[in-house]
Design a binder for this molecule. Sequence first.
Ligand code: HEC
Ligand code: HEC
Length: 297
Amino acid sequence: MSDFWSYYIIAIVALNIGGCAWLLMWTRRMDIHDMPADGTTGHVYDGIREYNKPLPRWWLGLFWITIIFSLVYLVLYPGLGKFEGVLGWTSHKEVAADEKAYQEKYGAMYAGYAKLPIEELARNDAAMKIAGRLFANNCATCHGADAQGARGFPNLTDSDWLHGGEPAKIEETILHGRNGVMPPWKEAIGEDGVRNVAHYVRVMASLQSENAYSVEGAKVYASTCIACHGPDGKGNVMMGAPNLTDNVWLYGGSEGSLIKTIGEGRIGHMPAQQDLLGPERVHMLAAYVWSLSHKEK
Ligand code: HEC
Ligand code: HEC
């Protein structure tokens, strides 16, 4: 913040508080000349006469208390431009203190869980209860409270994996995040090519039988798609390229959705959690996600 804006804010705050104090004193001193002896101000409207009575003391007292409170507050806490307040409070320090208290309370517990292999941790009911809450707070916005995902957000409870379902792969996904990049193909293979290969994908997924389009589409597939989705369409977890044969869809298996996916491309972004949650909580979450598709104990 530049000095100018700092002084600007200080001036506005001082004027406001000073203004309130002045108003309070002014209303107290004000007296009405030529006041009628009956104690009214002399105003009459529609038969209603206005009395001239001072404000109750306790009421004025409340105003003074708020003014004193704001002065004390401004001395102790930041509020006057760049002045930091004598307590040196900042929201950063508060977050750090909360984090420290949290670590003292739960650090040992997490450290204990962090040593357990994911398969074992997944069978620990107490740990999974905590991990379930972590999931609800950090992951449910995208993957859903039941982890079954939505359009563009994968279902984490099935055994179909974009990036691999082994415990270590799941942990890696959550720690470092993932980007699934399906390039757009309309330019390269033309609109007909996109439609044909969309039909071929539906044939691979057993959603329809072979037709003239899909026969052409098979050729496009062989030249353009196998590098990532594999010759048999079973996908490749190294690239995050989904299995196209299992009728599990991230973006939909209708002809329209497929034409859009293939023609315009899709980008799925799973944000990295390492810096947000730390490796110990990620370990808990990896066990939780793994447990969702390994319910049998
Ligand atoms: C460079 C690698 C690559 C190539 C080449 C590629 N894809 Fe993909 N494809 C991906 C990735 C990665 C995804 C997942 C996108 C995501 O996670 O958001 C994907 C997603 C898809 C999907 C969405 C599946 C679903 O579950 O909704 C379809 C359909 C698809 N590709 C078809 C094709 C076809 C047809 C071709 C050839 C014309 C092709 N892809 C070529 C990498 C590729
Ligand atoms: C901002 C939305 C978002 C949030 C928040 C999010 N994810 Fe994801 N996640 C995604 C997307 C999108 C993908 C798919 C990436 C792709 O298309 O390749 C994904 C993929 C995954 C995968 C890989 C699934 C597979 O099939 O390989 C796992 C595991 C996962 N997320 C777990 C989590 C966990 C645990 C959390 C909470 C810490 C979380 N995600 C939070 C959007 C999100």
